[in-house]
Design a protein around this ligand. Structure first.
Ligand code: ATP
Ligand code: MG
Length: 748
């Protein structure tokens, strides 16, 4: 049954959906239905009889792709499963998996995550005897990544006089050399980092016109969401793919371009017009997501930017509430007020916690929010931060799995060669590394022939290890990912090692491994999945982005906490943007120029436009930063919002004897006190994942969490004959004296 697009869409949206041939661009405001247009456009193509294998849709997160696919499936049925849909990284990793040998990589190449890349850069810096304070891995990688996103190879990098000048001015003249070595080492290890996935796709298409031709014929329709955040490397891939059929449709919003720091380039939008002079441009101006007040406030902010394509966004929705502004005296109080507001809105308006999101500029700000939410027993999930796949035990097992699929993977090999301990000491490992360097072998080639490089006494355990890995590779060749992983977890000794550790942490590590195995089982049990090999599974997890983990978070309704960057494209009924302070938002580190300030402002615009019905902004007048209490000034962005859309609430902070959740609000617009609802402070319940920390460096003044007494602040530490007593002022139960060696404290 054909859809009635005119009933589901407004005239411009419907026109964009029905115009399937030729290049098309929609640059339109937030919430105006760009993603909705893409979704229906694909549904329409399928209805027209286009083969799903011929459609490529690039989204910003895997989650967005999944949602889009699910929506299309509702309309057209299971045919939607065969669409090529995903992030740039996941789609082109998949293509490289069948073509990598053309550019000298194994098809079973490993994908290095950021941590692997940092470790490798650190190793190179050390080997080159450079100052690791000057050549910080993150700084060096930032430069390498920027170069790759502009398709500057390491050979071009070292010979470019402008780059050289820049690096010399920054006192880091050796970055080019590090880049060179880094690439060689990755190549030798059969590994690509995230930027390489795009870089190497460009190399593949450049050097193999026959392959490019194959994919040009395959992808007859190309679509890109969030086009404003593509970098040069991505732009070139889409341009090449669409060069033949020219059926390319991109949607985006220049006012939401927030990844310039990662190489996103607004000129891709301008180039698009040049590349396709026959371009159809569609304008969408109506925001369907938010109330009028929210849309007006967002417009009043973004108009302060000079660099923008003019567009007027309007809403036909109700005016809605004014935007609330909360002033708190500290970050902890800010957290309390937000948690209280969420609790009250949920109860009064019968909402679900899923309706709420707290957005912040930096991950570190989640701490105060989490603490406050826990106190009120409000469930929450954090998107980003330390993800499941970043945990040590998971990385260890995954390293074994990676090594099984690609034994040349140097970072994986170094990680587990002596874990669990098998008598291969650091000296032996250094010798192996040196031998590999000298003989120009990979580390694995040396390890698997260790007896040639080391005396038998030390080579025996190395040979044993190599035999293990070889047997894993054999198992993985016969069995599916789950059977192979289960075998490896047991045979490597990892399960036993973790099982033997009966501490709380040890137990949770063991459970995490079980959880990973469950995940692999789910993967191989999926009847739709064709490739159930370990290699296919590894590729899948290497590309999980922080934003995707939202799905993996615990079941049940929960408030979402995340950075504004991860919130792109999403919508929530009630949104809180916290930490509206100078130096935090706009971020001090980011504003050295007008362009930087404008990017921060676009980020604020993205944040505001996530809200459907209610938006709350907050700031604190003091905050702990890097261990010091600092006084803060409210963000300049607050002054940019037209005051007629604001409702200012001042929190005086709790007076003596008052419940900490009771605050006096003052309403600026009409000076009538807002109704204050009393919230009964609930008894403290420690979260299920409560884990005590190492308290050997605990200091007076630090905040801690106790499984029974809740949150508190250490007032004094007394050392007596080897024992340490801590006097802690708990927020709910008052002062307690605890012996540190027994008290299970989590240091916050
Ligand atoms: N014509 C329409 N009728 C009803 N609802 C619509 C219409 N167009 C869009 N919407 C709804 O408005 C909301 C915003 O749409 P969508 O997410 O597609 O906007 P967007 O332009 O992609 O936003 P962003 O810039 O944040 O990515 C969605 O809930 C969508 O379903
Ligand atoms: Mg969108």
């Amino acid at each position: 049954m054909a859809l009635d697009y005119h009933a589901l869409l407004n005239p411009s949206q419907a026109a964009a959906v029905l115009q399937t041939e030729g290049p098309c661009m929609i640059i339109a405001g937030a919430g105006s239905g760009k993603t909705r247009v893409l979704t229906y456009r694909i549904a329409h193509l399928l209805e027209q009889g286009v083969d799903p294998f011929n459609i490529l849709a690039l989204t910003f997160t895997n989650k967005a792709a999944k949602e889009m696919r699910a929506r299309i499936e509702k309309v057209v049925g299971p045919n939607a499963k065969n669409l090529w849909m995903g992030t740039f990284h996941s789609v082109f990793a998949k293509i490289l998996r069948s073509e990598a040998d053309k550019i000298g990589f194994p098809r079973s190449f490993t994908i290095y995550d950021t941590q692997d890349s940092r470790t490798l850069v650190g190793q190179i810096v050390k080997e080159l005897e450079l100052d690791d304070k000057l050549y910080k891995p993150s700084t060096v990688l930032g430069r390498i990544s920027a170069a790759k996103n502009k398709l500057i190879s390491h050979t071009q990098y070292v010979s470019d006089p402008v780059i050289r000048q820049d690096d010399e001015a920054a006192l880091r003249p050796k970055i080019g050399v590090i880049y060179q070595q880094y690439q060689q080492r990755c190549f030798k290890a059969g590994a690509m980092d995230f930027d390489d996935l795009l870089f190497q796709t460009n190399v593949l298409f450049r050097d193999h016109p026959d392959i490019l031709n194959k994919y040009q014929n395959k992808f007859r329709f190309v679509m890109v969401d969030e086009y404003q955040d593509t970098n040069y490397s991505q732009y070139l891939i889409t341009r090449k793919l669409a060069a033949k059929e020219r059926n390319i449709c991109v949607v985006g919003d220049d006012a939401q371009s927030i990844y310039a720091f990662r190489g996103a380039d607004i000129s891709n939008i301008l180039n698009f017009e040049k590349d396709y002079p026959e371009l159809n441009v569609f304008k969408l101006e109506q925001n369907y997501r938010s109330t009028k007040n929210i849309v007006w406030a967002a417009n009043s902010v973004i108009k302060n930017n000079q660099a923008q394509l003019r567009k007027d966004v309007f809403s036909d929705n109700e005016d809605g509430n004014l935007i609330e502004l909360i002033k708190a005296s500290s970050d902890n109080e800010e957290g309390k007020l937000i948690a209280q507001s969420i609790y009250e809105d949920k109860m009064n308006q019968h909402l679900s916690y899923d309706n709420f999101a707290i957005l912040y500029r930096t991950n570190a700000q989640s701490r105060a929010m989490e603490e406050a939410l826990r106190k009120l027993n409000i469930r929450y999930k954090i998107v980003g931060g330390l993800s499941f796949y970043q945990r040590k035990e998971i990385k260890d097992l995954v390293a074994y799995l990676r090594l099984t699929v690609n034994p040349n993977d140097e970072q994986a090999l170094r990680r587990v060669i002596n874990y669990p301990k098998r008598g291969i000491g650091d000296t032996t490992i250094s010798k192996l590394i040196n031998s590999a360097e000298e003989a120009n072998h990979t580390l694995w080639e040396v390890v698997s022939n260790a007896e040639q490089f080391l005396p038998s006494r030390v080579s025996n355990p190395v040979v044993g290890f190599a035999e293990k890995i070889k047997s894993y590779t054999a198992v993985a060749g016969k069995e599916d990912a789950f059977e192979a992983a289960k075998f490896i977890a047991k045979n490597s000794g990892m399960l036993e090692e973790l099982y033997a550790d009966k501490s709380i942490e040890g137990l949770s590590r063991y459970e995490n491994i079980q959880e990973l195995l469950n995940g692999i089982k789910e993967y191989t049990d999926d009847p739709e999945r064709e490739d159930k090999s370990l290699g296919a599974f590894l590729q899948d997890i290497a590309l999980v982005t922080d934003s995707d983990l939202k799905d993996a978070a615990q079941e049940g309704e929960a408030v979402t906490l995340m950075t504004i960057h991860s919130a792109k494209g999403l919508e929530f009924r009630n949104v809180y943007i916290v930490g509206m302070e100078e130096n935090l938002f706009p971020s001090q580190m980011m504003i050295t120029s007008r362009a930087d300030l404008e990017e921060e402002r676009r980020l604020f615009y993205v944040a505001i436009t996530r809200a459907e019905k209610k938006l709350t902004l907050s700031y604190a007048t003091s905050r702990y930063q890097w261990g010091n209490l600092r006084s803060c000034e409210k963000s300049r962005f607050l002054d940019e919002i037209d005051p007629q859309y604001l409702n200012v609430k001042f929190a005086a902070g709790p007076a003596v004897g008052e419940s900490p959740f009771q605050h006096v609000f003052e309403r600026r617009s009409n000076l009538v006190a807002a109704p204050v609802r009393k919230t009964v402070a609930t008894k403290y319940v420690a979260p299920a994942d409560f884990k005590p920390s190492d308290t050997s460096n605990l200091q007076a003044g630090q905040r801690v969490e106790h499984p029974k007494f809740g949150f508190g602040q250490v007032t004094t530490l007394e050392k007596q004959q080897g024992t340490v007593k801590a006097i802690i002022q708990f927020d709910e139960v008052g002062e307690k004296t605890l012996l540190l060696s027994f008290a299970k404290l989590r240091v916050l």
